[in-house]
Design a protein around this ligand. Structure first.
Ligand code: UD1
Ligand code: CA
Length: 464
């Protein structure tokens, strides 16, 4: 396998407009499973340890440069006159020590490093001027077709727009992924014309130039899936589906049960521990880590959160929070940023929690809003209790001590503190601190009016 890539430069083409996406966003920055398309390409390329990685930017250059960061040298192609022109701009920036140039499209996120290494090996092994990846597709529409000569070797590549009806029937397509020997590549680029249907400098034409000089061009078969280029939103969805199946496949191989992998949406990098069961319609976005032996889902959305071992999360929405071992969340809980749910704690139905720590074993089981609070251990927050944390201007904290019992429908008017082992009476609006062990109760005495009948009833009784 190609190991020494010290003379290799990789050029990633990412300057095109991406017209068919119909988007304000540069095509290579569209996201699939939580990452930009170009991130996937840069990842695979990173593993090659090439001497140089160059990204050709153009449309939305500033944004693409920012996304690429220090992972590659960005060179600008302006105007964008085709893939051949893009490579011409890139080779001008190459280090003199570079002898071999790999070209990849930035819009093809599914290619894998092993396939790229095979391409390098094929070129080097055969001493060819170039090697290119090809695939046989059931539906080759939109791709350049590989036209083979009488002896079976690659003769040229024809773009769909320039192809005859017969050529369009060819189902072997060009992946736009090449390994070139530098000298012949540069010589071929110098001869390109814009004499084609799109009036652009096609990189594909270099292949014809090499062949007409009698140089060998090796075709390396690649899995159909890996050559998928994203030109429109349908292809974006198709690429995302493949990426998803890879993510889910790896997790299943590592001991995670995914009940319905086609309906489980875990972004690239999601960590899930062994023996966790992920039910359908779970979305994990951003940086998510889920422990071992959990049950997650169905229908839950988890963003930038850490969930410990043995937790249950069901029909819930979690963002920027930490859930410690053995806690249960849901159904229908909403945990907002800054929330930390302690070990074995329970958050139940129709409960919203924000910027709050809930201590070990505490329960907020029903219909509550808890914001900006510190809740100790083994606290019970009764149904319908609310922290009134906002006076229209500022936010204030509520502190509840260990083993406190918050009666149902308590309004905790912050800033306020309820001490350890304290109790609040159901229906109380607590605006003053409740000392340890005390009962805080705020209720008008109830008055009963004997024999009182509601007016409506009276009318009915009188037959009106
Ligand atoms: C290209 C190939 C086609 C191949 C297909 C595989 C050519 C002429 N065609 O077609 O044979 O089957 O890829 O997916 O090479 N780009 C630039 N500068 C430009 C134009 C394009 O950097 O001036 C970049 C684009 O951003 C994109 C890549 O090159 O990442 C490919 O361009 P695109 O327009 O998508 O080419 P395809 O029509 O897909
Ligand atoms: Ca493309």
């Amino acid at each position: 396998m190609a190991e020494n890539n010290d003379r290799l430069a990789v050029v990633i083409l990412a300057a095109g407009l991406g017209k068919r996406m119909k988007s304000e966003l540069p095509k290579v920055l569209h996201r699939a499973c939580g990452r930009a398309l170009i991130d996937y390409v840069l990842d695979e390329v990173g593993g090659l340890q090439a001497r140089q990685v160059v990204v050709v930017v153009g449309h939305g250059a500033g944004e693409v440069r920012e996304a690429v960061g220090d992972r590659a040298l960005c060179v600008e192609q302006s105007p964008q006159n085709g893939t051949g022109h893009a490579v011409t701009v890139a080779v001008e920036a190459l280090d003199p020590a570079v002898e071999e140039v790999m070209v990849l499209p930035g819009d093809s996120p599914l290619v894998m490093r092993g396939t790229l290494l095979e391409m390098l090996d094929a070129r080097r092994g055969a001493g060819s001027a170039a090697a290119l990846l090809t695939a046989r597709l059931e539906d080759p529409a939109g791709y350049g077709r590989v036209i083979r000569g009488p002896a079976g070797g690659v003769a040229r590549i024809v773009e769909e727009a320039d192809a005859s009806a017969e050529e369009r029937d060819v189902n072997e397509v060009n992946a736009c992924m090449y390994a070139f020997e530098r000298g012949p590549l540069e010589a071929g680029l110098a001869l390109l014309t814009t004499d084609n249907a799109q009036g652009e400098y096609y990189l594909t034409e270099v292949v014809k130039r090499l062949v007409s000089r009698g140089l060998a061009v090796a075709a390396v078969p690649a899995p159909a899936e890996e050559v998928l280029g994203v030109n429109d939103r349908e292809q974006l969805a198709a690429a995302a589906a493949v990426l998803r199946s890879r993510i889910n496949g790896e997790l299943m191989a590592a001991g995670v049960t995914i009940v319905d992998p086609e309906r489980t949406y875990l972004d690239h990098g999601t960590e899930v521990g062994r023996d966790t069961v992920v039910m359908p319609l779970v979305f994990a976005t951003g940086k998510v880590s889920i422990g071992t032996g959990c049950t997650v889902g169905p229908c839950s959305s988890i963003n930038d959160s850490v969930i410990g071992d043995g937790c249950e999360v069901c029909y819930s929405w979690l963002d920027g929070c930490e859930v410690e071992a053995g806690a249960t969340i849901g159904p229908y809980s909403r945990l907002r940023p800054g929330t930390r749910i302690g070990p074995g704690a329970k958050v139940g139905s129709f409960v919203e929690i924000k910027n709050t720590a809930v201590g070990r074993g505490s329960k907020v089981p029903h219909l509550s809003y808890i914001g900006d609070a510190d809740i100790g251990e083994d606290v019970n927050v009764g149904a319908g209790s609310i922290t009134c944390n906002y006076d229209g201007e500022s936010k204030y904290r509520t502190v509840i001590g260990d083993r406190a019992f918050i009666g149902s429908d308590t309004m905790l008017i912050a800033p306020v503190e309820v001490g350890e082992d304290a109790t609040t009476g159901a229906g109380s609006a607590i605006s003053e601190d409740v000392p340890d062990g005390a009962l805080g109760i705020e209720r008008c005495p109830q008055s009963n009016v004997p024999g009182w009948r509601r007016r409506k009833k009276d009318k009915k009784a009188r037959g009106q």
